[in-house]
Design a protein around this ligand. Structure first.
Ligand SMILES: Nc1ncnc2c1ncn2[C@@H]1O[C@H](COP(=O)(O)OP(=O)(O)OP(=O)(O)O)[C@@H](O)[C@H]1O
Ligand code: SF4
Ligand SMILES: [Mg+2]
Length: 374
C-alpha cells in the first residue's frame, strides 16, 4: 500500500522508530499505567499528546442471552476486563480474530453500549456510570465510522441532509447558510465536491460512501473516532485512498483513532500502538514497531505470522492456530488461550489468568502470558 497524499510524511511506525533515545519514560507501577514519553513519535511529543484521551480499566461488556424457550440466561463475555488507553492525536490499532470483541469494545468505549463493569475515562473524566443525559454534551467528542458504507447511511436522505443532521443535533450551525457552508467544506475536506450535496447514497461508490461517513463523523468536530474496519469492504486501490485520507485528517485535526481491522498490514501502517485481543481480553499491547518486530504472546505470534510476506523463510515460519475460538459464553478457565496454546503449562495456564504486565520497565510492551516468548 502506498500513500497518495502527504508523501513526505513518514509512517507512524517510522515515527516510533525515531522516538528520542534519551526520553525518560515514567515508571509504570501497574498494568494500567500510562507512559508519558518514550514511545511517542514526533506527532505525539507535545505535552497534551502524552495524556490519554480515552482510558479503559478492566472494562467488561457481557450480553445476556437465552438458549431456547425455557433455557437459562447465560452471559456472552464479549469484552472481559479489557484495559487500554488512546492518547491525544494517537492511533491505537485493535486486532484479533472474528468474534473476539473488537466492535463491542469500540462501542463500549463510546458508551453506545453500557459497560457491565470497569472504569472508562474521557480526558480524565470518569464517565463509566454516566447516564444518556449526562453523555449528551460529550457525545460530540466521540464518533464512529462503520465498516459497511452501504448500510450505515440512510438511503432516503441526501448527502447534505446526512451531514447536516449531525450539525443540527449538536446545534453547531448559526444559520441555514452557515450549515450549508459547513457541509460543503466538510465534503470538500473528504474529497467530495459540492455536487454531492443533493445526491443520495446509492448514487455513490463504496469509497465515496465511506467519505460521506467520515464527513458525517467529522461534522461535530470530534476528538476520538472509532474506525471499525473502515476499509475492509472496499477494493484494495480504494482502501489506500481512504487510509491516506484518515491519516491526513488525523494530522490536520489532531484526532485520536481506535483503528479496528483484520488487515494487519494496514494496522501496522496506521497505528502508533497496537492492542491484540483474544476472547474479550487484551493479551498484548505495544508500540507498533515493537510489536511487529518482537511479539511475545503465543497468540500474537500466530496471528502476525499469518501476514502475507514475499520472504519464503518467514512464510516457512508461519504458525498455524489449531481449533476454533472458544465460545465467549463459556470461556476456558485460567488463560483463555490455553486450549490452543503450544506452550500451555498444565496446572497453571488452565487455572490462573495471567495479568497484562510490562515485560521490562519502560518498554511499554505489555503481555498477558505466564511464558512470554523472549
Ligand atoms: N448484542 C449482542 N448480544 C449478544 N451477543 C453479542 C452482541 N453483540 C456481540 N455479541 C457477541 O459478542 C462477541 C464479540 O462480538 P464482536 O462483534 O464485538 O466481535 P468482533 O471482534 O468485532 O468480530 P468481527 O471481527 O467479526 O467483527 C461475539 O461472540 C458476538 O456474537
Ligand atoms: S499463559 Fe500459558 S496458555 Fe496462556 S498464552 Fe501464555 S503460555 Fe499459553
Ligand atoms: Mg467487528
Amino acid at each position: 500500500m502506498t500513500r497518495e497524499k502527504s508523501s513526505e510524511r513518514v509512517t507512524p511506525t517510522d515515527d516510533l522508530r525515531s522516538a528520542p533515545e534519551n526520553a525518560q519514560p515514567e515508571p509504570s507501577a501497574s498494568e494500567h499505567a500510562i507512559p508519558s514519553t518514550g514511545e511517542a513519535g514526533p506527532a505525539l511529543v507535545d505535552k497534551k499528546a502524552r495524556k490519554p484521551l480515552i482510558q479503559a480499566d478492566k472494562l467488561s461488556k457481557y450480553f445476556p442471552v437465552r438458549s431456547g424457550w425455557f433455557g437459562k440466561t447465560k452471559l456472552v463475555r464479549a469484552v472481559d476486563q479489557a484495559s487500554l488507553y488512546v492518547r491525544h492525536g494517537e492511533t491505537l490499532g485493535l486486532v484479533g480474530e472474528s468474534g473476539c470483541g473488537k466492535t463491542t469494545l469500540g462501542r463500549t468505549l463510546l458508551k453506545l453500549v453500557e459497560p457491565t463493569a470497569g472504569r472508562l475515562r474521557l480526558d480524565g473524566l470518569d464517565i463509566s456510570r454516566y447516564s444518556a443525559r449526562q453523555m449528551r454534551p460529550l457525545r460530540r467528542r466521540m464518533q464512529i465510522v462503520f465498516q459497511d458504507p452501504y448500510a450505515s447511511l440512510n438511503p432516503r436522505m441526501t448527502v447534505r441532509e446526512i451531514v447536516a443532521e449531525a450539525l443540527q443535533i449538536h446545534r453547531l450551525a448559526e444559520s441555514p447558510a452557515d450549515e450549508l457552508r459547513q457541509v460543503t467544506e466538510l465534503l470538500e475536506r473528504v474529497g467530495l465536491g459540492s455536487e454531492a450535496l443533493g445526491r443520495y447514497p446509492h448514487e455513490f461508490s463504496g469509497g465515496q460512501r465511506q467519505r460521506i461517513g467520515i464527513a458525517r463523523a467529522l461534522a461535530v468536530r470530534p476528538e476520538f473516532i472509532v474506525l471499525d474496519e473502515p476499509v475492509s469492504a472496499l477494493d484494495v486501490s480504494i482502501q489506500a485512498q481512504i487510509v491516506n485520507l484518515l491519516l491526513d485528517l488525523q494530522e490536520e485535526l489532531k484526532l485520536s483513532y481506535l483503528f479496528i481491522s483484520h488487515d494487519l498490514k494496514v494496522v501496522e501502517y496506521m497505528s502508533h500502538r497496537v492492542a491484540v485481543m483474544y476472547l474479550g481480553r487484551i493479551v498484548e499491547t505495544a508500540p507498533a514497531a515493537s510489536l511487529y518486530e518482537r511479539r511475545h504472546h503465543p497468540y500474537t505470534r500466530a496471528l502476525l505470522s499469518a501476514v502475507p510476506t514475499p520472504d519464503p523463510e518467514r512464510r516457512r515460519l508461519r504458525i498455524l492456530l489449531e481449533g476454533d475460538v472458544p465460545s465467549p459464553i463459556d470461556p476456558p478457565s485460567g488463560c483463555s488461550f490455553h486450549p490452543r496454546c503450544p506452550h500451555a503449562e498444565p496446572g497453571r495456564c488452565d487455572v490462573e489468568a495471567p495479568p497484562l504486565t510490562e515485560l521490562t520497565p519502560g518498554s511499554h510492551h505489555r503481555v498477558a502470558c505466564w511464558h512470554p516468548h523472549l
